[in-house]
Design a binder for this molecule. Structure first.
Ligand SMILES: *[C@@H]1O[C@H](CO)[C@@H](O)[C@H](O)[C@H]1NC(C)=O
Ligand SMILES: *[C@@H]1O[C@H](CO)[C@@H](O)[C@H](O)[C@H]1NC(C)=O
Ligand SMILES: *[C@@H]1O[C@H](CO)[C@@H](O)[C@H](O)[C@H]1NC(C)=O
Ligand SMILES: *[C@@H]1O[C@H](CO)[C@@H](O)[C@H](O)[C@H]1NC(C)=O
Ligand SMILES: *[C@@H]1O[C@H](CO)[C@@H](O)[C@H](O)[C@H]1NC(C)=O
Length: 386
């Protein structure tokens, strides 16, 4: 093959003539055929020695389907083989000698949804292997699966009917039995329960939340506090763990904390929501700007959401359809909007004061507005109060 290499990979016509569907011979492993989306390894002689990996990383990006069968020397799959196939949807490895799939094998294959591993030499497969994938179809018949707690998840994942449909079996000292009847002693999916489920408390105060877990073997408990600015300190308790939250920050209002429990059978998590009460703050109050209408922009925070009242030159402002508060949005404890003025004249000039109030406090801010001079001194000045 003259030159070989990657240059030729792009010569689709050449490739088709060579039965390579537009791929370089150098990139596609021996005994396999490769296209831009598919790798097929069915030749027994010489056969592949390891899981197929292409020479060019970019060639692996678009692979959606890998089909491997009749390979005597393929023993294991790990994330090292799989990590560049991040668009992989279908993986078939059948009638080969696979005896191990690492718990992180499909860590980078979020799209993987079809996994056919029939007729291999797998005695166990961990649920962790598929935890980050999008698995909908799993085929495992023809493997010497053990009747162990580690394989219990397969029955739970597939459901009884599908386990029976696939005629999945497992082996223990007593011999071979149907996987659908697998029920090892002390083998139980974890549960996690967190209290309270909503924590309602003032900012600046301390709190303790509790997560209780069950399951066999005893599950490992993990708090996820990644989204928090509040300092959170876990400590173990008899049935789980407590989390001490010191000086709750108003920034964490609306955020969630999860407690997850995992063992060889699987994983469960429980979520707690923070409802942190705090007095209002007017974060921004801007000089008027003209879009379709005039807008005095504001951004306020507070929980419960503050009530807003405007004053113009010291007097309570009465709102009308042509002069009113409009809320445009804001996330969580934020409220964002405009005091909207339609066709304001010089009588609307002067100081505007915004007062934000909830039951924990009050904040206020002022801004000067200058819309137009009185009729006897015409001006095109539209720009607020610089
Ligand atoms: C992968 O697919 C993208 C988008 O369809 C395309 O631009 C790119 O050239 C393909 N890469 C290879 C190596 O075929
Ligand atoms: C994956 O395999 C299934 C079943 O054989 C097939 O229906 C589907 O088209 C395949 N998907 C891709 C992306 O190859
Ligand atoms: C997961 O699979 C479903 C169909 O089973 C599909 O609709 C969805 O887009 C997939 N998600 C990803 C990330 O591929
Ligand atoms: C199958 O795997 C086991 C280890 O799990 C190994 O001892 C055995 O030799 C393998 N069988 C074959 C036929 O390779
Ligand atoms: C509570 O939140 C308000 C508004 O964010 C802040 O001004 C105040 O300092 C906070 N109080 C405590 C005790 O953290």
């Amino acid at each position: 093959m003259v030159g070989g290499g990657c240059g030729m990979a792009r010569l689709g016509f050449y490739g088709v003539l060579m039965g390579l569907w537009g791929f370089s011979a150098a990139s596609c492993p021996n005994s396999c055929t490769c296209s831009t989306s598919r790798i097929v390894c069915i030749d027994q002689d010489p056969g592949i020695e390891d899981f197929p990996v292409l020479a060019e990383e970019t060639d692996m990006e678009n692979i959606t389907d890998i089909f491997i069968t009749n390979q005597d020397r393929l023993f294991s799959i790990s994330d090292v083989h799989m990590k560049s196939y991040f668009n992989l949807r279908n993986l078939t490895v059948t009638n080969s000698q696979l005896s191990s799939i690492s718990p992180t094998a499909f860590l980078y294959n979020a799209r993987l949804q079809y996994l056919n591993l029939k007729d291999n030499n797998l005695s166990t497969l961990s649920w962790k292997a598929i935890r980050y994938s999008n698995m909908s179809y799993l085929y495992l018949s023809g493997n010497p699966l053990q009747c162990s707690c580690e394989n219990m998840w397969i029955k739970l994942f597939l459901g009884l009917d599908e386990t029976e449909n696939q005629e999945l079996q497992c082996i223990d000292e007593e011999g071979i039995k149907s996987l659908s009847r697998l029920a090892p002693a002390a083998c139980e999916l974890p549960t996690a329960n967190v209290t309270p489920s909503i924590l309602t408390q003032m900012n600046g105060t301390d709190a303790t939340v509790v997560c209780k877990v069950t399951g066999h073997p005893t599950p490992q408990l993990t708090w996820n506090t990644n989204t928090l600015t509040t300092n959170a300190e876990p400590y173990p308790t008899e049935l789980g763990s407590s989390l001490f939250l010191s000086r709750l920050s108003s920034d964490d209002n609306g955020h969630e904390i999860t407690c997850s429990a995992e063992n060889v059978v699987g994983m469960r998590e429980a979520t707690l929501k923070l409802n942190i009460l705090f007095p209002p703050t007017i974060v921004q109050l801007q000089e008027p700007r003209q879009n379709l209408h005039w807008c005095i922009y504001f951004l306020v925070r507070g929980n419960p959401p503050p009530e807003l009242v405007w004053y113009h030159k010291g007097d309570l402002l009465e709102e009308h359809s042509y002069l009113q508060t409009r809320i445009h949005g804001g996330e969580g404890s934020e409220k964002e909007g405009c005091l909207e003025l339609q066709n304001p004249t010089h009588i609307h000039n002067g100081e505007y004061k915004l007062v934000a109030h909830n039951k924990y406090g009050t904040d206020e801010k002022r801004v000067d507005a200058h819309f137009m001079g009185p009729p006897d001194e015409p001006t095109d000045d539209y720009g607020g109060c610089k």
